[in-house]
Ligand binder design. Structure first.
Ligand code: DAH
Length: 343
């Protein structure tokens, strides 16, 4: 093939190539060691000495022309391919994305955490127990013997004669005392679910959450209890709240008190929430009964302690203005999501 034809054929092949792979074939066909140009060089030996340099120059010109055309075409095809790739892989940033819904904490969990944190800051340890409990720890060790009528106050789910679903977190208290005895001080906060046979309505639930507090040591008095609960009430319901004690009766405390907090809605003036008394009952408390301490293994008669038990639902209902206790348990997302702002 003469040089002119090689050049024309090469340029033509480059021109008509529409993918990069074809261009590579063209390069091999015309410009490689076994390509058309190299073969054409073979004619050199038949030429005269004057013709040789001219021919060589001509070969170089053809080679350069083909290489330049090839390079330009490679650039064109690469640009085209990039454009196509970009079009194919394009992301429409205006399309709506996948939404991830963040869960929210049940207000009951929030209250429980808040109570735990408050007492932990004062050096209490959080202690938990089992919801399936022995009669021994739920009743006997709380100074409520078998035939005691007080058992009827707490309608119990019995599993068998000795086993039940705990009716109060006082069961955690009696276990904690046994575990600590005879050492002091004891400073624990015991949150947990408790169960009672009750018909569910706006203010009753067969399952609810209690938080028990317990302190045992030397020289612990009712004044310590009052000071502690006073701070607690302020933390939960506002700095200006005050508390009062009313005499009460629990088998496991002596003396026993019912604790009221001044109404955070009307500031004690009287409203629907406090039933126009200015006070709201929030928990039961007292000095740990000496019998409870003895049964747990504390022999030193000088040791004293205080305890209290609060219902988490009641505190949450008062604090957040929730009217139906069942709201905590029916898992209506619209209810729970309202509490995101308190997390
Ligand atoms: N266990 C009592 C109840 O469920 C609450 C309670 C009252 C706990 C007085 C205490 C306490 O620790 O001192 O009704």
């Amino acid at each position: 093939m003469d040089l002119k034809k090689i050049m024309e054929a090469g340029l033509q092949a480059i021109e008509s190539a529409d993918v990069l792979e074809t261009l590579n074939d063209v390069r091999i066909e015309f410009l490689s060691k076994k390509g058309a140009l190299t073969k054409a060089m073979g004619q050199m030996k038949d030429l005269s000495n004057e013709e040789k340099p001219l021919f060589g120059k001509r070969v170089n010109e053809v080679k350069e022309a083909l290489e330049t055309a090839l390079k330009a075409k490679v650039a064109t095809l690469e640009a085209l391919k990039l454009k196509e790739d970009m079009q194919r892989d394009a992301i429409d940033v205006t399309l709506p994305g996948t939404k991830f819904v963040m869960g929210a904490q049940n207000p009951l969990v929030l209250i429980q955490r808040e109570i735990e944190t408050f007492f932990q800051e004062m050096g209490y340890k959080v202690v938990e127990g089992d919801e399936v409990e022995l009669d021994l720890y739920n009743f006997e060790r709380a100074n409520i013997p078998h035939d005691h009528p007080a058992r009827e106050m707490q309608d119990t789910f019995y599993i068998d004669e000795h086993t039940l679903l705990r009716t109060h977190t006082t069961a955690i208290q009696t276990r904690a005392l046994e575990a600590y005895a005879p050492s002091v001080p004891v400073k624990v906060i015991c949150p947990g679910k408790v169960y009672r046979r009750d018909d569910d309505d706006a203010t009753h639930s067969h399952q609810f959450v209690q938080v028990e507090g317990l302190v045992v040591g030397h020289g612990i008095t009712l004044a310590d209890l009052k000071g502690t609960l006073s701070l607690f009430a302020k933390r939960m319901f506002g700095e200006t709240r005050v508390i009062r004690f009313r005499p009460s009766y629990f088998q496991f405390t002596e003396p026993s008190v019912e604790v009221d907090v001044s109404c955070h809605i009307c500031d004690g003036k009287g409203c629907n929430v406090c039933k126009h008394t200015g006070w709201i009952e929030i928990l039961g408390a007292g000095m740990v009964h000496p019998q409870v301490l003895r049964d747990a293994g504390y022999e030193d008669p000088k040791l004293t302690g205080f305890a209290f038990g609060a219902g988490a639902e009641r505190i949450a209902m008062l604090k957040y203005g929730i009217e139906d206790i069942r709201s905590f348990y029916i898992n209506d997302k619209r209810f729970i999501e309202q509490f995101k702002r308190y997390e």
